[in-house]
Design a protein around this ligand. Structure first.
Ligand SMILES: Cc1ncc(COP(=O)(O)O)c(C=O)c1O
Length: 387
């Protein structure tokens, strides 16, 4: 085991940054009131909580009453899809893509069992959705289009603005799972004509288990839970005040830093991609340019991603194969299958996701270790070519 630790799995989660932790701590200590209480202890917390809502709204170009706090991306996606479906009626048509996160795909599968129809649009070899295909899929009973802003596995950024325009022209709701994009790239819900947007704090150096849903004013949906009147009855339950304060602080800082962070991560990303492609039989997955600043996803032919991960882990390097949620399963990821990778290439895929803590010497370190790892594994690989 080596003592050096290089974390390159920011797509799975990120460390909470110091300023965020500091902002949260008082709400675990002296500021413990329930924001719904009328006494001073409650009121002081309510004002901080509402300030957090303002900050989140500003970061998205929204207004405060359009922000609802949730437990994360999964819940925001569930509320968006199940909530609009149930409000719409007992049946209807949903348009989504085949490369969505399971927090959208599995909800759609459930809704199909409940009697709704779902179109899962294909993507091209780079993972891109064609806006014209979105438009062509619209039928008279379509009520919502749900397309992710960028893919969590291969980093491909979707043409959200074009898709938003199409949804708007056809008077359809447009939901985007922007969990991988918020805090990494600028988002403006009006410019992109987004009606519903999911975000999650732990992807931008905020705490885990807290997220938000942007819901355009006037969009009607049914809540998933019954209970108290919190969050306009859309998401009842006593508010996670420290989490929400942390989310807002993390988002505020991330959005402020987007220009410099984007430039830095793109440089590091491109250096890592270039170095990895110098190894024989390595292919880049996802779009070369339209890709998240910190995302690198490559396939090493003839070896298993899991074996590479274990070898990298022994060198102190944290990466992932497929998405965090589907790793542990031996099935090739639905995203890699959707971009047309054959079984071998899909199995040999590794995702490195960079974040604000990464530096150029981390890239050099990975590039110094990986050729020997790949060579050794290929030598003993049962999957054909040995080197
Ligand atoms: C694209 C995408 N959507 C949704 C989620 C789920 O978010 P959360 O972990 O906050 O439930 C993730 C997390 O991996 C994601 O990458």
């Amino acid at each position: 085991m080596e003592s050096r630790q290089v974390y390159m799995d920011h797509g799975a989660t990120t460390p909470v940054r110091e300023e965020v932790l500091e902002a949260m701590l008082p709400f675990y200590k002296e500021l413990y009131g329930n924001p719904s209480s009328v006494h001073a202890k409650g009121r002081e917390v309510r004002s901080a909580f509402e300030e957090a809502r303002e900050i989140v709204a500003r970061s998205l170009g929204a207004s405060a009453e359009e922000i609802y706090f949730t437990s994360g991306g999964t819940e925001s996606n569930n509320i968006s899809l199940r909530g609009t479906a149930k409000k719409h009626g007992p049946s209807g048509h949903i348009i989504t893509s085949g490369v969505e996160h399971h927090a959208v795909l599995d909800v759609c599968h459930d809704l199909e069992k409940d009697g709704y129809r779902v179109t899962y649009l294909p993507v091209d070899g780079d993972g891109l959705i064609d806006p014209q295909a979105v438009e062509a899929a619209i039928t008279p009973d379509t009520f919502i289009i749900s397309i992710m802003a960028a893919n969590n596995e291969i980093g491909t950024i979707q043409p959200i603005k074009e898709i938003g325009r199409i949804a708007d022209q056809h008077n359809l709701l447009f939901h985007t799972d922007a969990v991988q994009v918020v805090g990494q790239l600028p988002v403006d819900v009006n410019e992109m004509k987004i009606d519903l947007l999911s975000l999650s704090a732990h992807k931008f150096n905020g705490p885990k288990g807290v997220g938000a849903l942007y819901k355009r004013k006037g969009v009607k949906l049914n809540p998933l839970y019954s209970g108290g009147g919190q969050e306009g009855k859309l998401r009842p339950g006593t508010e996670n005040v420290p989490g929400v304060v942390g989310l807002a602080r993390a988002l505020e800082l991330s959005v402020e830093e987007i220009p410099e962070k984007k430039e830095k991560l793109e440089l590091l990303r491109d250096k890592l991609i270039k170095g990895l492609l110098e190894i024989d039989d390595v292919i880049l997955n996802g779009h070369r340019e339209k890709r998240l600043p910190g995302n690198i996803n490559v396939s090493f032919k003839y070896i298993e991603g899991e074996s590479i991960l274990l070898s990298l882990d022994m060198h102190g390097i944290a990466a992932s194969s497929g998405s965090a949620c589907s790793s542990g399963s031996l099935e090739p990821s639905h995203v890699l299958s959707a971009i047309g990778l054959d079984h071998h290439a899909a199995h040999g895929s590794i995702r490195f996701t960079l974040g604000r803590g990464n530096r150029e010497d981390d890239i050099d370190y990975v590039l110094s270790k990986i050729p020997a790892v790949v060579e050794n594994l290929r030598r003993i690989s049962p999957m054909g070519k040995s080197k």
